[in-house]
Design a protein around this ligand. Structure first.
Ligand SMILES: [Zn+2]
Length: 374
């Protein structure tokens, strides 16, 4: 979270803004001044961007608070210059619940748009056209409300494009999951999304460069989501105990970076847990060790470079849940504790990857047998 600034905490969820968002605001302010606007007008432009992002935050709260009803917590919402991201712990796997969580975001913008529309009717304001108004005819403050209506409509339309990573992709997947299993539904939704993405790129070359950008964004999102879901599908019946590693080398907080380098060179392990006074104080990856070596030298203690984040896993946990949590927190290794709180092993991304390969080979075997029988 070091790149993000906490702005507010509402309904138990922290709202962060990414520092690049501040650059966006500064850029808008300066370019407004550069275009010959007065300071007041430049501030109104900033105000508009803030109002727009407030709508985006409300959209994300729509997802987060609906997910909470189904027992899925959200740690935070982060605003990036390209939009908002709500870090839901996972998406509900029940199709009806997923449908409602996915649609709740755009639904918020529909409500906002209706409220603005009603206000404009009462106040006698003219509706926006998709054409840009001539700035000399309308002052910025007069355009503020109609444009806010327009961006909410765009938010709804954009998010309902039926392709991952847009909400529309999840809506499509949820609808397909009502008929097919989740992996099939995900793959089908991803293929439809990629087909649309290619269409966007194609249209982009003919009409508008931005469509190419949207197309590429969708194309990458669709394949990423499909890979994630296939992994989850393959890990479905496994528990953490099925794949955890009992053999590992714990490092000590007072060990030197050189010692970690030796162990790194000596065996297959790439990530380690770090202990101090028989307590785990964090984890360390190969990249951390190499960076530490460069910045602090080999004599420095691991305590200086340890990554203090990890999640306690238990052997009875569903492997899928452990995988989702590790992905969410971008962890490559986690300690596993038994019911007495004793460290019994570790789980890393490589264990999970191996389990995926074994499961997919097994399924291939089963399919071959089934094909042979037909
Ligand atoms: Zn959304």
């Amino acid at each position: 979270m070091s790149w993000s600034l906490k702005v507010v905490r509402l309904f138990g969820i922290n709202v962060y803004i990414h520092w690049t968002f501040l650059i966006l605001l500064g850029w808008i302010f300066l370019s407004s001044l550069g275009a010959g606007q007065s300071t007041t007008e430049a501030l109104i432009s900033i105000g508009f961007v803030l109002a727009f992002f407030a709508c985006v935050v409300m959209h994300e709260y729509g997802h987060a608070l609906t997910a909470r009803r189904y027992g899925i917590p959200t740690k935070n919402i982060t605003l990036l210059p390209i939009g908002g991201v709500a870090s839901l712990e996972k998406m509900p796997e029940n199709p009806k619940e997923e449908l409602l969580v996915a649609i709740a975001g755009p639904a918020v913008n529909v409500v906002i748009a209706i409220l603005i529309f009603l206000y404009m009717q009462i106040a006698g304001l003219e509706l926006p056209t998709t054409q840009l108004e001539d700035p000399s005819q309308l002052s910025l403050s007069q355009m503020f409300i109609p444009n806010l209506l327009l961006v909410n409509v765009i938010l709804v339309l954009f998010n309902l494009i039926p392709a991952f990573p847009m909400d529309g992709g999840r809506v499509l997947r949820a609808l397909l999951s009502m008929k097919y299993d989740r992996a099939t539904a995900t793959n089908t939704a991803a293929k439809i999304g990629q087909f649309l993405a290619i269409g966007f790129v194609f249209l982009g070359f003919m009409y508008d460069f931005w469509l190419i950008f949207i197309g590429l964004f969708i194309f990458l999102g669709a394949s990423g989501e499909s890979r994630y879901e296939t992994t989850r599908f393959l890990l479905e019946d496994l528990k953490v105990r099925d794949v955890l590693m009992h053999q590992f080398t714990p490092l000590h907080a007072w060990d030197s970076i050189s010692k970690a380098v030796d162990i790194l060179l000596d065996g297959q392990e790439k990530e380690f847990i770090v202990e101090e006074d028989n307590q785990i104080i964090g984890t360390i990856s190969r990249d951390d060790i190499l960076r530490g070596l460069k910045e602090h030298g080999g004599e420095a203690r691991l305590k200086r470079i340890v990554n203090p984040d990890w999640i306690d896993l238990s052997p009875d946990m569903q492997l899928n849940d452990a995988y989702a949590k590790m992905q969410q927190s971008r962890l490559s290794i986690c300690p596993v504790f038994d019911e007495n709180g004793e460290l019994t092993g570790i789980l890393n991304q490589e264990n999970i990857l191996e389990a995926v390969m074994i499961q997919s080979a097994r399924r291939g075997e089963i399919e071959q047998v089934e094909e042979g029988m037909n």
